[in-house]
Design a protein around this ligand. Sequence first.
Ligand code: ZN
Length: 484
Amino acid sequence: MQLTFLGAAGEVTGSSFLLQTSRARVLLDFGLHQGGPGAAVANRRRLPADFARLDAVVLSHAHIDHCGRLPLLPRAGCRAPVWCTPATADLAGILLADSAHVQQQDAQRWGRKRGERGRQARSRPRRGHGADPTESARAALAPGPLYEMPDVVSVLEQFRTLRYGKERQVADGVSLRLHDAGHILGSAIVDLRVQDGSRTLRLVFSGDVGGTHQPLLRDAVTPDGADVLLMESTYGDRNHRPPEQTREELLQVLVAAHASGGKVLVPAFAVGRTQQILYELGEFQRAGRLPRMPVFVDSPMAITTTELYRRHRELFDEEALALVERGETPLDFEGLSFCRTQAQSMELNDLRGPAVIIAASGMLNGGRIVHHLKHHAGTPAAHIVIVGYQARGTPGRALVDGAREIRLMGESLRVNATVHTLGGFSAHAGRDELLAWAAPLAPVAPRTFLVHGEDPARAALASRLFADLRLASASPGAGQSVTL
Ligand code: ZN
């Protein structure tokens, strides 16, 4: 048996692993590489020819760095079923369609820029002969979309669903069980029993593990055994701030904005983070602590996702279910409205008095939040609340690092609003939570590989796994194969 680390080895994104036996080939995740100059190149790398002969694909959850390259499979001749939970199938439909849409917009923008450059080049006096060589090189590099909506539709037809805890044979000699991962709706720990010749081996892939205090969702399950463990290490080198502290900080911002009449802008990823913030705001209101001010979710994708969360209440944790039983709706409260259309979004510009506006993108590099920032960030009474991870090079990261002048979609913007960075709302387990998740497996000492983390995070987690649990681990490189 062989395991190949195709992605998320020494980086956080591009999750993808290939398991091969003498009888079957199974791909675990096929995510987009994100951020950094190498990502675009990595995403466009030609797929291995033997992808056409995959027997099954298993998807841990719907985040785009885990599912974002799946639409490339049908065109590569792969018609294998893609196994995941029902909620992941629903969410992946939304996220992959959005991914195709964003790529199309980017390609159009790129095309326009290239056209402008071409016109400028043509109006310049010609030196030597022919066109500017850098210009033709740029044209050759111009990326079209990686895939389009028909590719998304095509791969979604290959999706097959499996509920948590049920076992199912997915390829010759390979059976699959999925367990709660507590990360986003439908997220799963992948638990495979693999038979090859006389050998049987249990392979566990953590996917992304959620923190233990994640609202709405049940905590991550640790399978009761493993021979091989692929474990995420995103926050392997640090713990998050306690959630109670973060909640109080958020409440203080709302109280201050209410008193000064300012707007509270919350840039938030539409899937997961927006629902988490809505839950927290609902909790404040149920406890009679939320100041009376309207709350708007201004993102069509967040609206569809919130509806999905409400529909999949079978996945809620005990606290959220208790609310439902009391007749409450965990993701709804008085004063909450959703803006679906562009016109509804624009109307918020004329809104007087304090209000909370939650909109994507979470890192301020696009989406409706950009317009709200342009409208309000210059006002000293306004507040910008950063609730998620901000990648290097994004406007969100500049704000977190204290910049008062940022670039938004090509324009410079002066920020006079107060910026708050709240560190406790992560959807990922921190270091101690990862250790606690792995602890029950320590006695059986699975052969452990750390994935889905940058090298410093992997190294830190590796040393704590060994010091605390006597669990040795390896940190494989991209493209590396190991024999199991
Ligand atoms: Zn994730």
